[in-house]
Design a protein around this ligand. Structure first.
Ligand SMILES: CC(C)(COP(=O)(O)OP(=O)(O)OC[C@H]1O[C@@H](n2cnc3c(N)ncnc32)[C@H](O)[C@@H]1OP(=O)(O)O)[C@@H](O)C(=O)NCCC(=O)NCCS
Length: 190
């Protein structure tokens, strides 16, 4: 799993944000339904992690550190009605073959099976950094939403049926995204 992160999130993404074994142990023990892997030929090629939260405890101007307990999900709330996505990645050689979408759809099934209200998460916007001097993150997101520009993560999330509900400006140390993230939702009944 750590190797999958290493090849999926390469510099300038900070390596301190790759999983460590304590975090992975917390994921599988606190909320195993939210700890997904994709496997091919006996090898892990992608993963997705989530936790349950009550959004009344956070609000929409949250950041990754607070809402995921720094990636340890010790704030996992068994009574929460939102499945919050901590992370999704697929190793480069398997990208654009539908693996990420399958992971997302599997998490949507978990939302339905657990009778939750929605799935939510902050989508990195790695194409934004190059435009940060000329356009706001909201305007960038709008261009991607309209299909005028493509973003490697936001376009993927849109193709998975996630819809933006806002932009968090200090979400995560992420130079490529100028530290911004699009907060994107999926709702089982919309
Ligand atoms: C984002 C990521 C998980 C996508 O995984 P993937 O397995 O390549 O995605 P899929 O093949 O399932 O693609 C699903 C759809 O998104 C589109 N898509 C995927 N990557 C895209 C890209 N770079 N640009 C534009 N569209 C893209 C696909 O074309 C496909 O569209 P379709 O439904 O019309 O066929 C993967 O690129 C990744 O691991 N990136 C690095 C880690 C990262 O930043 N994760 C996001 C954390 S918020």
């Amino acid at each position: 799993m750590i190797d999958v992160q290493r090849v999926s999130f390469h510099p300038p993404f900070p390596e301190e944000l790759w999983w460590n074994t304590d975090q992975l142990t917390e994921h599988v023990s606190r909320f195993p339904e939210g700890a997904l892997c994709a496997e091919a030929d006996g090898r892990i090629i992608g993963s997705m992690t989530g936790l349950l939260v009550d959004m009344n405890d956070y609000g929409h101007s949250h950041n990754w550190e607070t809402i995921t307990g720094g990636g340890y999900i010790r704030n996992h709330n068994v009574n929460g009605d939102t499945l919050y996505v901590v992370d999704i990645c697929v190793i480069p050689e398997y990208r654009k073959s539908g693996i990420g979408k399958l992971l997302m759809q599997t998490m949507y099934e978990t939302v339905v099976q657990l009778g939750l209200r929605n799935l939510l998460g902050g989508g990195r916007m790695p194409g934004y950094g190059a435009h940060a001097h000329e356009i706001t993150p909201e305007a960038y997101l709008d261009k991607v939403l309209q299909g005028e520009w493509k973003d490697p993560v936001i376009t993927f999330l849109l193709r998975c049926g996630r819809m933006p509900i806002g932009v968090a400006h200090h979400y995560l140390e992420d130079e490529q995204s100028n530290n911004c993230a699009a907060i994107m939702e999926w709702h089982p009944f919309k």
